[in-house]
Design a protein around this ligand. Sequence first.
Ligand code: SAM
Ligand code: DTB
Ligand code: SF4
Length: 340
Amino acid sequence: MSEARHDWTKAEARALHDLPLTELLFRAQEVHRRTQPRNAVQLCSLLSIKTGACPEDCSYCPQSSKYDTGVEAERLMDVKDVLDKARQAKEAGASRFCMGAAWRSPKKGSRQFQQVLEMVRGVRALGLEACATLGMLDDEQTQQLKDAGLTAYNHNLDTSEDYYGAIITTRSYQDRLQTIARVAAAGISVCAGGIIGMGESVDDRVAMLVTLANLSPHPESVPVNALVAVPGTPLANQEPVDSLELVRMCATARIMMPRARVRLSAGRASLSREAQLLCFMAGANSIFFGDKLLTTGNPDHDSDLALLQAVGLSPLDPDEAGSSASVRPNDGDQAWDAAE
Ligand code: SAM
Ligand code: DTB
Ligand code: SF4
């Protein structure tokens, strides 16, 4: 039975999101067990290859040049240093290596972009999946990334179209959707999600999920970030999000995008083990692995491996991780069941 739908309405999604939490968890589990590898979590390592001095004004971001956050601007890292980090990430158990740059978009025809392509080729040669998040792309850059072997491209919607202007003024929601469409058209897996805890309403959260779920195909990965409120940014004083709201987002995303990897992303450092377990039960099956996100902290390798062991989850086999969720056939339900 094909479960992928692309005609979600906001009312339907809101009704799901607002179910009694135990009921929502139960429904998300039903979907999860039919569509995802059992008891497995994808471990993605993240590295900021170009930090700070970004011309964009994203209110949540410590790397924007518009805010004084104490993040030191750095030049693009050397290819060799990036590949050393990738090797270390692989040794620690990661199957995907994600490289982030604080750019509005890569400079056309620049030496820096050529270096990023070399990084992508190098990461793939190590046997890792390669992901990048470099801002907006044009057609040529997208094709060059594809040719270099890029597995996935991360480009978040961040919030609803309605709330977007309250968070970012230097680019539009349509710009975001256009890059996502280019990436998908080039045959690169799309990683797209957002952030909660920025002062948005529940309707905004749900509207963002509807936009993501009505993309065809669904994104391969959906990062669910809780705002890390960084001093100096306009969102520095936001109240921390209630962890159960994160659980609701993971569960609703799982039901609406059955075959996507739901990635429990920023904000994990302040979640209890129990809250993370609830997110996994809700359908999250991917995490950033390593003690740093881009500029802020994340649980270290040992504590994450201890958590996975305590709850009986294993790192997703790189071979399984390599099969893009968005291109997996929809008749795969029984295959996963039978594989048990
Ligand atoms: N500059 C590129 C872009 O914005 O597309 C790539 C890097 S950007 C830092 C990647 C994503 O990280 C953002 O879209 C946002 O969703 C997330 N992010 C950044 N700062 C965050 C914060 N303080 N808390 C939670 N998520 C954050
Ligand atoms: C995503 O959705 N979250 C990651 C990754 N994609 C690039 C980034 C989180 C950044 C948190 C703030 C920081 O460390 O600077
Ligand atoms: Fe720049 Fe990306 Fe940060 Fe926005 S989220 S300020 S585009 S690094």
